[in-house]
Design a protein around this ligand. Structure first.
Ligand code: RB5
Length: 146
């Protein structure tokens, strides 16, 4: 798996933002694995959250991006997989902290709650911020399991 491989998935509420973020990932030199959905036709978010979980657990991508209307349902579904630490973020700062303190490996966004600029800011912070590791942050992430 290349470090540049990023899985991306959404439900119908997140489809348009998924397409935009996929294009942004390509522009930044990443290789997105698109897990769907691929239209605004109504689907059920658990399927796509679970697909993300399976993809991360299989080592096909180290990181992922999930989008639904609120970011909540699809992140809950993904977080059922112990390989996933998905964080719903609504600002660049929350995305940065999710990486620094929680070593989040999946960024979850609510397309109906945040604008495009905020989503792009979240993506940029998520992609460019490292886990601080060591000491208390590592201990707490270890306590999450997996
Ligand atoms: C779909 O209408 C909506 O419920 C879904 O995208 C998400 O917001 C659920 O958490």
């Amino acid at each position: 798996m290349s470090k540049k491989t990023i899985a991306i998935a959404c439900d119908h509420g997140g489809f348009e933002l998924k397409e935009l973020l996929k294009a942004e990932l390509l522009k930044k030199g990443f290789e997105p694995i698109d897990l769907g959905t691929n239209s605004t036709d109504s689907v059920d978010y658990p399927e796509y959250g679970q697909l993300m979980g399976a993809t991360i657990a299989a080592g096909e991508a180290a990181f992922g991006v999930l989008i639904c209307g609120s970011g909540i349902g699809i992140s809950i579904a993904a977080n059922r997989n112990p390989a996933v630490r998905a964080a719903v973020c609504h600002s660049g700062l929350t995305a940065k902290l999710a990486r620094q303190h929680n070593n989040a490996n999946v960024l979850a966004l609510g397309a109906r709650l945040i604008g495009v600029e905020t989503a792009l800011d979240c993506l940029e912070q998520f992609l460019t911020t490292d886990f601080e590791g060591g000491g208390r942050h590592q201990r707490r992430v270890d306590q999450l399991g997996h």
